[in-house]
Design a protein around this ligand. Structure first.
Ligand code: A2P
Length: 329
């Protein structure tokens, strides 16, 4: 496959290159793409040096697949140009996610919807991916009615500037601020921008994307998204009410048997998911699995994943792998 990585110099782009290398993605030619600022810069992939090229050159090279993580504006402008040239785009930005003509894919859940006609495919939000992967076997068996999620999101989800802000604060250095307030020793109930309804964009992504991924509007999600001073890894407290009652042992067993999910749940040994364990891993970790004792058919759990991996790069590359394996590009 001739593959373009758009946003190769970014935080997610860097992890994308690492994941492509680790998973030995079938690459015959690699195009590393970034903004004009970076054209000519060098990056290494599998011990070989590559020069960064610009978007127009990348479109002209007609790659079979382009994986994008270069922000929504770049995707809106350039993904259609790649698609017109015959390239299949897998996009990590929020640009196309809720477009009814585009698929929103978590491969373990709905990759089978993909066809050769899908030229722009959207990768869900990082917080959505880890939540729906853990909920998918439970929804299939018990049918979700309502989900209440509170997130504890790391600064790496915001980008390089936010990681630098946290590092500067820890080192006691004054520098550029990515957030309106200090993030070290703090928690900001403010991920992405506020909308007219009082929620943030991140919260509305968590509310809307799961319905599209499950192709089911019979359940609802309400969210509070909070930025905390963790370098990498998003955590979520999830309360889910089902139509049908469940057995806790069955819940654990089903989660244990779900590909991509790891159960870490033993209160005797203080075993529960944490960002430091999820770091650099592709799996979604689930623990603190317990019955909500205040209402029937309701479960509480704690879900953690590396937001740059399964939340971004890995999921995008799994979509690309599915396309290749099923001759869809
Ligand atoms: P560049 O490094 O040249 O700015 P992050 O989210 O970590 O900031 O990374 C964003 C990625 O998207 C980077 O690789 C960045 O390239 C790329 N990017 C940002 N704006 C554009 C643009 N207008 N055209 C192409 N790539 C862009």
């Amino acid at each position: 496959m001739k593959v373009a990585v758009v946003g190769a110099t970014g935080m997610v782009g860097e992890v994308m290159l690492k994941v492509l290398e680790e998973r030995n993605f079938p690459i015959t030619e690699l195009l590393l793409v970034a903004s004009e600022r970076s054209v000519g810069k060098k990056l290494t992939f599998k011990n070989k040096e590559y020069s960064i090229i610009g978007l127009a050159d990348a479109v002209a090279a007609k790659p079979e697949i382009a994986i994008f993580s270069a922000g929504g504006d770049t995707s809106l402008k350039w993904a259609p140009k790649f698609a017109e040239a015959g390239t299949t785009v897998v996009d990590n930005s929020s640009a196309w996610r809720m477009d009814p003509t585009k698929k929103l894919v978590v491969p373990e859940i709905n990759a089978s919807e993909l066809t050769k006609e899908d030229k722009i495919i959207a990768n869900p939000n990082c917080s959505t991916i880890q939540m729906v992967l853990a909920l998918s076997p439970l929804h299939a068996k018990y049918k979700m009615k309502r989900v209440v999620v509170s997130t504890y999101q790391s600064v790496s989800g915001t980008g390089v500037k936010a990681v630098k802000q946290l590092e500067n604060e820890i080192a006691g250095i004054e520098g550029e601020m990515a957030y309106p307030y200090p993030i070290g020793r703090n928690a900001l109930p403010h991920c992405d921008v506020f909308m007219e309804n009082g929620y943030t964009k991140e919260e509305m992504k968590l509310a809307r994307e799961p319905q599209k991924i499950f192709n089911d509007k019979t359940f609802s999600v309400t969210a509070t998204a909070v930025r905390i001073p963790t370098a990498g890894g998003h955590s979520e407290s999830v309360n889910v009410e089902f139509e049908n009652d469940f057995d806790l042992a069955d819940v654990r067993k089903m989660l244990h048997e779900t590909p991509g999910v790891v159960v870490q749940d033993n209160t005797d040994t203080n075993t529960y998911p944490m960002p430091i364990y999820a770091h650099d891993k592709d799996e979604v970790f689930v623990g603190r699995i317990r019955r909500d004792e205040t209402q029937p058919n309701t479960l509480n759990m704690w879900i953690v994943a590396d937001n740059l991996r399964k939340g971004a790069a890995t999921n995008t590359i799994q979509i690309a792998e599915y396309l290749v394996e099923n001759n869809l590009v």
